[in-house]
Ligand binder design. Structure first.
Ligand code: HEC
Length: 149
């Protein structure tokens, strides 16, 4: 009883302490948003599989899982008319693809140090995008407010 009170107290306390969400909203339809999250969950699963494989230095698993990540993060061709913010978001996705490629190459050459470095660079790209962007369901296309508050 006391324990559950404490859990509830700490949960609400930490929510109250959270700063307001100042990440750029990525406007998406319900369907696009669900699709994006499903893809993201696959990314996380791949990263977890790779971290399991790291402890055994299982290069073949690291190779096949990073190859999958490279395929899934293949950048879409741009129409050239995107706003600067949309381009920045797409660039972040392209960096993920690039870093996954480096991870794949390191796994192929079985260079463990390089695998560790490129795994962490890849993971940092996930972190960087999540610190800057959030989903905003409602619109049908990517857009951001043009003026800063
Ligand atoms: C180009 C930007 C970008 C990159 C790079 C990126 N994500 Fe995401 N991810 C997002 C956005 C946007 C959301 C939605 C977050 C929100 O609305 O709070 C998200 C959500 C998620 C979620 C939540 C899924 C759910 O069902 O709620 C997971 C897990 C996730 N990402 C994992 C990853 C992993 C792992 C990587 C790196 C391998 C990664 N993401 C790289 C943009 C990105």
């Amino acid at each position: 009883m006391i324990m559950s009170f404490l859990v509830v107290f700490f949960c609400f306390h930490s929510i109250a302490e959270m700063p307001p969400d100042s990440r750029h909203p990525v406007k998406l339809s319900q369907e696009q948003a669900a699709h994006q999250l499903a893809k993201m969950r696959t990314y996380l699963e791949i990263m977890a599989d790779i971290s399991d494989a790291l402890k055994d230095k299982n290069f073949s698993t690291i190779e096949s899982r990073s190859e999958k990540l490279v395929t899934l993060t293949q950048p879409r061709s741009s129409c050239g008319k995107e706003t600067e913010q949309v381009k920045a978001f797409m660039q972040m996705g392209a960096s993920l693809n690039q870093n996954a490629r480096e991870l794949l190459n390191s796994a192929r050459t079985k260079h463990f140090e390089n695998v560790l470095v490129s795994y962490s660079t890849t993971l940092r790209t996930c972190v960087a995008c999540h610190s800057s962007y959030r989903q905003d369901i409602g619109g049908g296309k990517l857009s951001w407010p043009t003026k800063k508050k």
